[in-house]
Design a protein around this ligand. Structure first.
Ligand code: K7E
Ligand code: CUA
Ligand code: CA
Length: 624
């Protein structure tokens, strides 16, 4: 070991602040005068030793899908390198790809395209028999009450559904077994039913609902009215039960009121009973939509309410399918619910608390729990800024009165962690290799960048007996949750196929105009609507100019004929707010008004060729 490395080791791993502080420590003269070259080699050695180095020519072992929080997108990271590989715009507007600007994306956004913001929390990958099947990823929008689906073959959002009758979709999980037929989504905040202004001031008449969305059609299948509110949720491995936390059993309208009770609850939904009730017509509809709304309030055969301490937050199913675990938040405990006792509970053979088989005390502010597939759970402690590793069966034995220490380790993280997520933890394939901890605060971890700080996503090696922090990664506002799947569980397309439904409506429009997209470069006038069809082959657009009249509504449709992987063109119409991505073999379109006479250049925005700068053309706008 070099002297310099020894000096680093001597400072102690935990307090050394890893890579980001190497410069700071050297600058402070603690290790004394080693040059930049030496620092590099030390850093590389450390990365290799930690097993997180992914050298040029190598690929990451895991895909990570990160929620982009109130930035509204989904991000793809490689794990363990923690490098951001791609961004998928969902509820946000994206200048580069033209998401929210192109006609194809506006069709997918539908009525909600008028919203420019979103707030993503929970990305989840579709499953078949409890294994990730790599087909879709689903994500909630708390800000505007939506659920979106991303096609994992092309990594584009392909459906966005606004959930009626409720506000603020927060917890979201998928049916795991037999396959992801439903997306389960909690509406967090109770509202008047019906919410049309007739009764604003009677909170006792506010209700919220548990929602199931058909994963294929993305239509809302049914909604269940509950007592209290709904926070996080997860499904079991039988296909019958889903459980959600409620932190506002008080139905308080102020902070103080939501903390009054010592216990709130977990509400368990019986999906089979709900489907039977829908089948039997035991529902109403509300407002101007046809969604079946069922009554799941206390006393209903569709639900059971299990008291748990206090203002619980995360709800996580263990990968062996045995337990739902509710995270106490204002209680230092997690509550372990035995899923195999739930049939008896629904038969009224036992009391709700009889399903509790453990309630380990872990530390302050338990928010979320994840699993290594070896019987251990990892719970984030928001207030303690730690992750607690504990053994589930030992916690159950301790609850039975045995003298046993279920706590295995507590590791400091920086700081105030929300979710954590172990590799493949939400499937039967939890492999206990990596743990990502999404820390909400990053003070002193990175170069200062103004009053707004990044969040800090930390990577922890959990393959051995001890958790070992190996990486800090700054992220932008704000990943609540992420999901890791093995790289071999996914095989995205490298180029588009011409019959992709993503742009099928644009192809149909061209057909109606008698245009063959792969061949024609032409302008079709239809009153004051003008459709401009052109191809692109690096480094040329099929049209180097076209002419319209002032006031025309112009739709430009570009079809990228390049077949080469990675050869994406862009189309930007200068001073018209039009921008879009056109990948190899893709068709994309954008509509704008040519409201000023004159010459306007368009150009390719994706660097595609040595002559990329020359990939331009002119729109000639004649005076009205
Ligand atoms: Cu804990 Cu929205 Cu899952 Cu944030 S939620 S942390
Ligand atoms: Cu085409 Cu740059
Ligand atoms: Ca409460």
């Amino acid at each position: 070991m070099s002297d310099e490395k020894k000096a680093i080791e001597n400072l102690g791993r935990r307090h050394f602040l890893r890579n980001s502080a190497v410069t700071g420590v050297a600058g402070a003269g603690l290790a004394g005068g080693f040059g930049a070259g030496a620092l590099m080699s030390s850093r590389e050695a450390r990365a290799a030793e930690d097993g997180i180095e992914v050298a040029p020519g190598e690929l990451d072992e895991y895909y990570g899908f990160w929620s982009g929080g109130h930035q509204g997108e989904v991000r793809i990271l490689g794990v363990p390198s923690m490098r951001e590989l791609m961004r998928i715009p969902v509820f946000n507007i994206d200048s580069a790809t033209g998401w929210g600007i192109t006609n194809e994306s506006k069709r997918i956004m539908g009525d909600s395209a008028r919203f420019l913001n979103g707030d993503c929390h929970h990305p989840h990958v579709s499953m078949t028999d409890g294994h990730y099947d790599g087909k879709y990823l689903f994500i909630n929008d708390k800000a505007n009450t939506r659920v979106a689906r991303i096609r994992l073959d092309i990594m584009k959002t392909d459906k966005i559904t606004t959930i009626p009758n409720v506000q603020a979709i927060h917890g979201l999980r998928l049916q795991k077994v037999p396959h992801t037929k439903y997306v389960f989504a909690n509406a967090e905040l109770p509202i008047p039913q019906v919410n049309d202004g007739r009764d604003l001031e009677s909170p006792e008449n506010y209700w919220t609902m548990f929602n199931a969305i058909d994963a294929e059609s993305m239509e809302v299948a049914w909604q269940v009215i509950v007592n209290g509110n709904l926070d996080n949720t997860d499904a079991d491995y039988t296909g019958r039960f889903v459980a959600s936390t409620c932190y506002n059993s008080e139905k308080g309208m102020t902070l103080a009121d939501t903390m009054r009770a010592e216990r709130d609850w977990v509400v368990v939904f019986d999906v089979e009973a709900i489907e039977a009730a829908v089948e039997a017509g035991e529902f109403e509809t509300l407002g101007d939509n046809e969604v079946p709304v069922l009554d799941g309030r206390e006393g209903s055969k569709l639900t059971r309410y299990i008291p748990v301490p206090k203002n619980p937050h995360g709800l996580n199913t263990s990968p062996d399918g045995k337990y739902f675990i509710a995270n106490g938040k204002l209680s230092p405990t997690c509550t372990i619910l035995a899923i195999d006792k739930l049939p008896e509970l629904f038969d009224d053979a036992i009391e709700p608390r009889d399903t509790v088989v453990g309630e380990p005390e872990l530390g302050l502010g338990p928010l979320h729990t994840t699993f290594d597939g070896r019987g251990n759970a990892y719970t984030t402690l928001f207030i303690d800024s730690q992750v607690a590793k504990w053994n589930i069966e030992d916690a159950i034995r301790a609850y039975d009165g045995e003298e046993v220490n279920y706590l295995r380790q507590k590791l400091d993280v920086h700081y105030q962690p929300g979710h954590n997520h172990a590799s493949l933890t939400e499937s039967r394939d939890a492999d206990g290799k990596w743990l990502v901890v999404l820390s909400k605060f990053s003070k002193d971890r990175f170069l200062p960048v103004g009053p707004l700080h990044p969040e800090n996503d930390q990577l922890i090696d959990i393959s051995g007996e001890e958790m070992k922090l190996v990486h800090d990664g700054p992220t932008f506002a704000e990943p609540h949750d992420c999901i890791l799947m093995r790289a071999d569980q996914l095989s995205p397309s490298r180029v588009w196929t011409r019959d992709d439904p993503f742009f099928a409506e644009t192809v149909a429009m061209a057909e109606a105009d008698g245009v063959t997209l792969e061949r024609d470069n032409t302008v079709i006038r239809d009153g004051s609507q003008v459709r401009v069809y052109m191809t692109s082959i690096a480094p040329q657009f099929g049209l180097s100019e076209f002419k319209v009249k002032q006031g025309d509504e112009v739709t430009v449709v570009v079809t990228n004929l390049d077949q080469v992987e990675d050869l994406t063109h862009g189309f930007v119409m200068v001073n018209h707010g039009a921008s879009m991505e056109i990948g190899p073999q893709q068709t994309a379109s954008v509509t704008f008004t040519a409201d000023k006479a004159g010459v306007y250049w368009y150009y390719c925005s994706w660097f595609c060729h040595a002559m990329h700068m020359e990939m331009t053309g002119r729109m000639l706008v004649e005076k009205a």
